[in-house]
Design a binder for this molecule. Structure first.
Ligand code: 1HE
Length: 265
């Protein structure tokens, strides 16, 4: 792919300055994730990782629902073997890792259903913004299946094991301020989740790229480490990030009292 904006079947992309807007574009199937859709996500986010121009990403969806998860009909019709589906899961893991570790802040502008694999997808974003229509669920138990796109790691980290087990056993849904309170999203807005997401992305795009890389990947990696190793890794990342040329002007501006102060509004 020479340009992230071309050759896409399941998504559309457009630029807003340094922000790339990615729109899931399979609304007739509620943006269900087929095997080919997953490959396209992987390719697009590998392209984003390599791009020097894209500094932040917003992911939104066409239609009334963000993502209905695994393409259940493709899965059923293909009569996959266990090893077939293990291979599929590994591609989901690769695609969602490509999102989480693309080096740029990825902001989800959510609406409607964010369910099953749709929540696994959204869980790979760094910031999730819900609107009044957004709801989250893990209906795997009712479908007689299990998560396979990384939810046992990412969603369990967001909401905790006990809540995830409840969601999967009972089909419990979360929405609104409760979804924020349990950690499924960081913002719940009365208006457009896209407007809020783009505002966040434009702001994050102003940070030095190395800082954004450290923040979006470093914290997750460090979370996997025992404390002594985590402190070592943190010092290493901070050693590089906090002495980067791009930070010097900002620190000088603070010293000269021309930089914005941290205020609570
Ligand atoms: C689909 C899918 C899908 C819709 N796979 N085709 N995910 C789920 O259990 C969620 C399943 N979907 C739903 O519960 C509902 O579709 C929605 C609540 C998301 C939307 O409802 P609605 O009334 O707007 O749409 P609909 O009439 O149910 O569906 C519209 C079309 O989208 C219809 O196709 P059509 O050709 O008959 O028009 C549906 O078949 C199609 N569609 N969802 C395939 N998921 C790596 S493991 C991950 C495990 C999971 O993700 S488990 C969760 C699966």
């Amino acid at each position: 792919m020479s340009d992230g904006a071309t050759m896409l079947e399941f998504m559309k992309t457009e630029r807003d300055g340094e922000v790339l807007i990615v729109t899931l574009n399979r609304a007739d199937k509620r943006n269900a994730l087929s095997a080919a859709f997953i490959e396209e996500l992987y390719d697009l986010f590998e392209w984003i990782r390599r791009s020097d121009e894209v500094r932040a990403v917003v992911v939104r969806a066409e239609g009334g629902h963000f993502c209905a998860g695994l393409d259940l009909i493709e899965h059923h019709l293909e009569q996959r073997s266990a090893s077939d589906f293990m291979a599929i899961c590994r591609r989901w893991h690769a695609a969602f890792d490509a999102i989480q570790h693309c080096g740029k802040p990825v902001i989800g502008a959510l609406n409607g259903a964010v369910v099953g694999g749709g929540l696994e997808l959204a869980g790979a974003f760094h910031i999730r913004v819900a609107d009044a229509t957004t709801y989250f669920a893990l209906p795997e138990g009712q479908r007689g299946i299990f998560t396979g796109g990384g939810a046992t790691v990412r969603v369990a980290r967001l909401v905790g094991e006990a809540r995830m087990i409840d969601m999967m056993l009972t089909g419990r849904t979360y929405a609104g301020d409760e979804a924020v309170a349990v950690g499924l999203c960081q913002y719940h807005v009365a208006g457009s989740s896209f407007d809020k997401a783009i505002e966040i992305a434009r702001k994050a795009a102003q940070n030095p790229p190395l800082s954004n890389f450290a923040i979006t990947s470093g914290i997750a990696h460090i979370g996997n480490m025992p404390s002594a190793d985590a402190y070592f890794a943190e010092a290493f990342i901070a050693g590089i990030t906090n002495t980067q040329p791009a930070s010097k002007d900002r620190l000088e501006a603070f010293m000269n009292k021309t930089a914005a102060r941290v205020r609570h509004e």
